[in-house]
Design a protein around this ligand. Sequence first.
Ligand SMILES: Nc1ncnc2c1ncn2[C@@H]1O[C@H](COP(=O)(O)OP(=O)(O)O)[C@@H](O)[C@H]1O
Ligand SMILES: Cc1ncsc1CCOP(=O)(O)O
Length: 119
Amino acid sequence: MSILEDIQTKPAMVIMNGNHVTEQLVADVISYLGGSPLIAEDYQDDANLVPLSAAIDLNMGTITKSSHQRLIQLGQTANQHGKPIVFDPVGVGASPLRKAQARETFRESFNASDSRQLE
Ligand SMILES: Nc1ncnc2c1ncn2[C@@H]1O[C@H](COP(=O)(O)OP(=O)(O)O)[C@@H](O)[C@H]1O
Ligand SMILES: Cc1ncsc1CCOP(=O)(O)O
């Protein structure tokens, strides 16, 4: 079975934190492929939603202190439930803040060996 058929025949909810530039586009691509995007901004949703999801999309795009904390919370819950995570560290090479926040996301939400790739 192809990956596309797989997505279209099984429930494939993808939970995202968004950025306010490409959020709609990413949700539309997930829908177009047959998945079901759901943008979850409040951590109180995570314990219910994450177990139902097929994958989690974390995007560092329009980062603020609070959106960074949100990204880490969602990543941690995804990791606890063994869900695949796609992480887009937007602009990671462009500023020390972004690099530090991407490293922290890896350290807190993924396993330690992954974060070495950002050294
Ligand atoms: N190391 C860098 N030095 C200068 N500018 C950078 C660097 N890394 C990223 N940028 C700038 O930030 C923008 C967004 O970064 P990124 O999301 O990583 O690229 P892309 O848009 O190709 O996914 C890039 O298009 C580039 O203009
Ligand atoms: C331009 C821009 N600025 C902050 S987020 C963003 C969009 C990121 O786009 P992509 O998901 O293609 O890296």
